[in-house]
Write a protein that binds this ligand. Structure first.
Ligand SMILES: [Ca+2]
Length: 320
């Protein structure tokens, strides 16, 4: 019955709430430990009530990934002085949501990839907001593994920084599952200055294209640590049965069943400007979102950078 009344995310929060209440009622430990155990459970209960009723983000509380069990198989540390085009290509140049993507907005310096967002009077496609989207399509595609980015999210209202995956199978005729390929948003940051969610990111999965068959789940909204000024890691562990999401190596949430792709996916790093591409006088043009759009940032905030220290991909080592 829960399935029909609540979204996946609400269902999961209610399950956790019941677990936390049960722990509060059955504390472990003795003496002070007994009370600490009750208080720890009540803290979780309070946070889950905030998440359920006010959309507040949750703290990652799941398992910790042990990278000793994994072998590094692909990486870009962005140590050079230009974007490595054997690893990355543009995901498309031109109008993208409220701005334009132009691979020239992707700069490599000081050991980082910087995807820069700024207004350009003399931009390639005319005056407007410019950022970039990169992918590894045809250059690096992989099924299963642990995929991790270390980055500082772009500090601006109306900006969506993201580390995500995609497969060509996303555009197959809808078949009711992600098995033939999907979009996995390992993290998306679009909450700058948005109250309690300011320091939080989202995980999501989409399958069966972007038309009538489109199916998606917002897996959850989770807290990072000073995500605009400090490097945080956002990771995805993907095996045959599950997608397990992580922030700074701590599990936030997981999915199974129809949500788990069984074909190789490629990686993407991008910054989108909130808005939509519309056709006006036969021309495809970016139109800014009405609310929480990029013009709400002070001019002095620009350029605004998405700073990526590395992307690393691991294969699980065979069990010893
Ligand atoms: Ca499908």
């Amino acid at each position: 019955m829960l399935d029909s009344l609540f979204s996946f995310r609400e269902h999961r929060m209610i399950q956790r709430l019941l677990d936390a209440l049960q722990s509060a009622l059955r504390p472990t430990g003795e003496g002070l430990g007994y009370f600490k155990s009750i208080i720890a459970s009540l803290v979780v209960v309070a946070e889950l009530l905030g998440a359920l009723f006010f959309g507040h983000p949750q703290t990652p509380r799941g398992q910790v990934i042990n990278l000793d069990e994994w072998e590094l198989v692909w990486r870009d540390e962005f140590d050079g002085d230009s974007l490595d085009l054997t690893k990355w290509r543009s995901n498309g140049n031109g109008p993208r949501r409220g701005g334009y993507w132009d691979i020239d907005q992707a700069i490599v310096q000081d050991g980082n990839l910087i995807i820069r967002t700024e207004y350009k009077e003399d931009g390639k496609y005319g005056p407007g907001w410019y950022s970039a989207g990169l992918d590894t399509r045809g250059l690096f595609e992989k099924k299963y593994g642990y995929f991790e980015v270390s980055c500082k999210c772009p500090p601006g209202v109306g900006l969506w920084g993201a580390f995500w995956t995609m497969s060509d199978g996303m555009s197959n005729p809808p078949d009711g599952s992600a098995a033939d390929g999907c979009e996995i948003d390992i993290f998306e940051s679009f909450n700058y200055n948005q109250g309690a969610r300011h320091d939080a990111i989202s995980h999501a999965v989409h399958y069966d294209g972007y038309g009538d068959g489109h199916t998606s789940v917002l897996v959850g909204v989770y807290k990072g640590k000073n995500i605009y000024t400090e490097y945080n890691t956002y990771g995805l562990e993907w095996n045959e049965n599950e997608l397990i999401f992580y922030i700074n190596g701590v599990e936030t949430d997981r999915l199974s069943g129809v949500w788990v792709p069984q074909v190789a996916e490629y990686l993407l790093l991008s910054v989108e400007v909130a808005g939509t591409v519309e056709t006006i006088n036969g021309q495809r043009v970016p139109v800014l979102a009405k609310d929480n759009n990029i013009t709400m940032n002070p001019p002095s905030a620009f350029p605004i950078d998405f700073v990526v220290d590395y992307v690393r991909v691991y294969e699980r080592k065979p069990a010893a």
